[in-house]
Write a protein of this length. Structure first.
Length: 228
């Protein structure tokens, strides 16, 4: 199964470094980021888990829970956590799912259904497709899917930027343009007619083309200063 935007994120029970969880229950009324790794003790992933720990307060302020996944056991995870803290200066402050039986990786379409055997017998290259970022909303729907190669570290600042856009556009009938950042101007959603737009934005909008209607970001959502 390949997950796409607006699919319901599959629920599952799993052991993590913080104990057993039921995924949907764990998300609760929050947003969530699930980011996956092909194997413990891999160099690029080590840098990623350390950086995610460093910026986790940014996710907390946005009501976003963070959870990692790697195709290894919790015992392996615990040893890796020590290495991450030693080399990156930050130990993971979020749970890491143990997926040694490949259950979650298969459920989320990151490994084919026929994969079997022992996780310890597989290399990172065998699991190289387990390099995804899933952003999941409080409604348990998938809002974003990113897939990275093993050789390229992920940009979690970009994930934060996308979450800001997702949360803004979930509340307001707007879209965000290229390279948008908190506080930048936004675009009136194409689903909003001009008559509706006049009621929402009585002061009007900038219109370089009839299909491009630009307005200021809703004031209540301008959070850049409070998060800086």
């Amino acid at each position: 199964m390949t997950l796409t935007i607006n699919d319901t994120a599959p629920d599952f029970q799993a052991q993590t470094t913080d104990g057993e969880i039921s995924f949907h229950e764990w998300i609760g009324d929050s947003w969530a980021v699930l980011f996956s790794h092909p194997k413990d003790f891999t160099p690029v992933c080590t840098t990623e888990l350390g950086y995610m720990a460093k910026i986790k307060p940014e996710f907390d302020t946005r009501n976003v829970k963070v959870i990692g996944l790697s195709v290894d056991s919790t015992g392996d995870h615990e040893g890796w956590v020590r290495d991450i803290e030693e080399t990156q200066g930050h130990a993971p402050n979020y749970p890491i799912i143990a997926d040694a039986d490949f259950t979650v990786s298969k459920l989320y379409g990151m490994l084919p259904a026929e994969v079997g055997g022992e996780a310890s017998d597989r290399t990172a290259a065998d699991n190289q497709t387990v390099r995804n970022v899933f952003v999941i909303g409080p409604d348990k729907k998938v809002k974003l899917v990113l897939v990275y190669p093993m050789t390229t570290g992920r940009n979690f600042d970009e994930v934060l930027r996308v979450i800001d856009s997702l949360q803004l556009t979930a509340k307001h009938r707007v879209s965000t343009p290229v390279n948008w950042q908190q506080g930048d101007r936004v675009i009136i959603a194409g689903s909003v007619s001009n008559d509706e737009a006049r009621e929402i934005w009585p002061d009007g909008w900038e219109e370089p083309k009839p299909y491009i209607r630009i307005v200021d970001q809703p004031a209540a959502e301008v959070l850049a200063e409070s998060r800086s």
